[in-house]
Design a protein around this ligand. Structure first.
Ligand code: ZN
Length: 176
């Protein structure tokens, strides 16, 4: 694969994003490459941009992301519900990813707090495979990410805020 993609790179707080090109590589067996079709601007993206919270620079912001599966690793067969995943499917995925055993996932039902967990939109862009946030043409999905295939009945505008804003609101209001 000798393809490239563009990203709106966040260099430092309160400065314009710079459009940069990075190479795309083939996915590993446990990864997915997605062509991003929509990403929200979350309030925390704005806080990062304003310098109110630490976020690695240069990086790609955006963690509520949906897109179309461009390449599927050999080990990725189904989504969280067990539905078959294929190239061309429209998907969303969790903001965080964590691979391996996690006390917070298994015991506390809070996988997003797993030690060593990472988040999309919160990594350095210079490191392989570069595309790790929503403000770009592509995003790689890593092991330990919850992937969901989206039904046609949900629009992009409805689906994109589900994995941070809506999820946060539900977590706040649901009964324990
Ligand atoms: Zn958010």
């Amino acid at each position: 694969m000798k393809r490239k993609g563009l990203a709106a790179v966040y260099d430092k707080p309160n400065t314009p994003f710079r459009i940069r090109e990075y190479p795309l590589r083939d996915v590993k067996d446990d990864e997915v490459l997605v062509r991003v079709t929509m990403s929200t601007i979350c309030r925390s993206d704005i806080h990062s941009y304003q310098g109110h919270r630490p976020n690695p620079c240069p990086g790609i912001l955006g963690h509520e992301i949906i897109g179309i599966v461009d390449q599927l690793g050999n080990e990725i067969k189904t989504d969280l519900r067990g539905d078959k995943l294929s190239v061309g499917d429209r998907i969303t995925w969790t903001e965080y990813f964590h691979h391996g055993y996690s006390y917070y996932r298994e015991i506390k039902d809070m996988p997003q707090k797993s030690k060593g967990g990472r988040k999309y939109g919160h990594d350095l862009v210079e490191e392989d495979p570069h595309f790790n946030g929503g403000f770009a043409e592509y995003c790689y999905i890593y092991p330990g990410t919850g992937i969901l295939k989206l039904p046609d009945s949900i629009s992009d505008e409805e689906a994109t805020p589900l994995n941070c804003g809506v999820a946060t609101m539900i977590a706040v209001t649901e009964e324990w």
